[in-house]
Design a protein around this ligand. Structure first.
Ligand SMILES: Cc1ncc(COP(=O)(O)O)c(C=O)c1O
Length: 497
């Protein structure tokens, strides 16, 4: 079964010594400052040669971001339908790599008993480690409740009982210095996509550092005419970059300037913390720096904190922007959170927006009728969020423990294969550098490697799906059941051998 993949990978393989990064977990020289988690061992002193190659990489990176979008068109895009309008056709034909992989996986899912030769999903960011805990809690009698209000149309922002509970929950877990208000909360299923058209005019653009959670591109295309303007982060450290994929205010400034030169109006910035796919956790100081940058240019900031409770090691602490004593521009700062990642409940389809901008809450509420969440689901979520004993004593400690064990297993495997990765104890995935397995630095090669995994029944996510500017990076989701991970790792190891 693996012969095809082996041949394909060998054809594409480069000499591993050309790989520029080092496994993040390897210890750095003791004379150098201790790096933050995720920081690769620093090079002692960049020489002329290394500086030259760094410059070369960033030039190449911007050229490659164009090529990435070319390779994004998957092979199986459906043809034009004579029954649909142009808009209908473009929606139907909208298919990125993430969807392509997921569609194949949905048709042929691995199952221990019923489909042991099916596709193992190490690509979708889901936490499958805590089903037992959730099943136990969600089947308790208090969850089964029906009253007339739950069966009727409700405020599209969400029932007041839920918004109150979300406000209390965020006040506590985001360590807000003052109580957050239910009136500033809006709920929905894909809450942050509805933000973007509300803060941007048609054809305006939003700054977003790359790589980033790839579905944003497709979601925005489907939902609005708002575009994304990339802020490419370099996969090499050095010069002013203390770590890989280092996001700085200077880079945001540079991209904003570039957009202006191209006649593009930027209205907002999207920031993800903890980050998908890097798993990086930004400090509050860094986040405030980014928010101050946005304030200088009157940009809205959509802060996606969907992974805020996934930090599973004491060496790192997550700080929500809502924990700041004061936000630089509260009317333009909008925080998005949901249950999909922190509570391993992506199937519940519930997310929330917190913003002090009442106009935005009203605008998003108008769209809420398209993103309704059933009354009974809202009841269950409110029950769950108010059960602090279960959250603090059972769910969070056990979830963190399982995430930590799964992360440690997968990173151990990566290390044993000499695959560099970013070491951050957060989120559900690891961002790994498979550049040594592609012969030349191209997105075509990266896609071939991705397809090679898929042919061999392993679904991963490749860097171009996240608009990464350098080919060869992949995201491995580790929050999976042990035996799946083991099988997945086996196949992955064999595929890459
Ligand atoms: C950073 C980030 N934001 C938003 C989402 C979307 O979450 P939901 O499934 O709740 O719509 C995801 C899903 O992977 C994500 O990683």
């Amino acid at each position: 079964m693996l012969t095809g993949a082996l041949a394909a990978v060998r054809q594409g393989a480069v000499n591993s010594s050309t790989s520029a990064t080092t496994v993040a977990a390897t210890s750095a020289s003791s004379s150098l400052p201790r790096p933050r988690p995720g920081t690769p061992p620093a090079q002692a002193h960049p020489t002329e040669e290394t500086t030259g190659s760094m410059l070369h990489t960033s030039v190449k990176a911007s050229e490659m971001s164009k090529k990435a979008s070319e390779t994004l068109t998957p092979s199986q895009t459906p043809g034009r339908s004579m029954y649909l309008s142009n808009r209908g056709n473009s929606i139907r034909q909208q298919q990125g790599i993430l969807q392509e992989g997921f569609v194949q996986y949905a048709r042929d899912q691995y199952d221990d008993a019923h489909n042991p030769d099916g596709i193992l999903n190490v690509g979708t960011s889901e936490n499958k480690l805590c089903y037992d805990l959730l099943h136990k809690r969600l089947t308790k009698p208090d969850m089964l409740h029906v009253d007339p209000a739950l069966l009727q149309y409700s405020d599209w922002r969400g029932h007041l009982f839920l918004r109150e509970e979300v406000a209390k929950f965020l006040t506590h877990y985001c360590c807000s210095p003052k109580p957050l208000k239910a009136d500033n909360v809006s709920k929905g299923d894909c809450i942050w996509v509805s933000n973007c058209p509300c803060v941007c005019r048609i054809a305006d653009a939003i700054l977003i550092p790359t790589p980033f959670y790839g579905a944003i591109t497709e979601d925005l295309q489907l939902y609005s005419d708002v575009r994304l303007f990339h802020v490419p982060l370099d996969c090499e450290a050095g010069g002013k970059d203390s770590r890989l994929f280092n996001l700085t205010v200077e880079k945001l400034e540079e991209s904003l300037k570039k957009a202006k030169q191209e006649g593009i109006i930027i209205r907002a910035v999207i920031l993800i913390n903890p980050h998908n796919p890097l798993a990086e956790v930004y400090t509050l100081k860094e986040m405030i720096g980014f928010l101050e940058f946005a304030k200088r240019y009157e940009l809205h900031v959509i802060v996606d904190e969907l992974y805020m409770l996934t930090v599973f090691d004491e060496s790192v602490t997550f700080h929500s922007v809502l924990s700041a004593d004061s936000l630089p521009d509260p009317q333009r700062t909008h925080v998005v959170w949901g249950l999909s990642k922190d509570f391993a409940m992506a199937g519940f389809r519930i997310g929330t927006l917190y913003t002090e901008n009442s106009h935005l809450v009203e605008a998003v509420a108008q769209l809420g009728s398209f993103h309704g969440v059933s009354g009974t689901t809202q009841h269950q979520v409110a029950q769950l969020l108010r059960d602090r004993e279960w959250i603090n004593e059972e769910f969070l400690p056990e979830n963190r423990c399982r995430l930590k064990a799964a992360h440690s297993y997968v990173t151990g495997e990566l290390r044993s294969m000499g695959i560099p990765y970013l070491h951050w104890p957060a989120t559900l995935f690891v961002w790994a550098d498979l550049r040594k397995y592609i012969r030349e630095s191209s997105f075509e090669r990266e896609l071939s490697l991705w397809r090679c995994f898929l042919r061999h029944k392993v679904l991963l996510s490749c860097g171009q799906a996240f608009s990464c500017s350098t080919p060869g990076w992949f995201r491995f989701v580790f929050a999976n059941q042990d035996h799946h991970l083991k099988l997945g790792q086996c196949v992955t190891q064999d595929t890459l051998a």
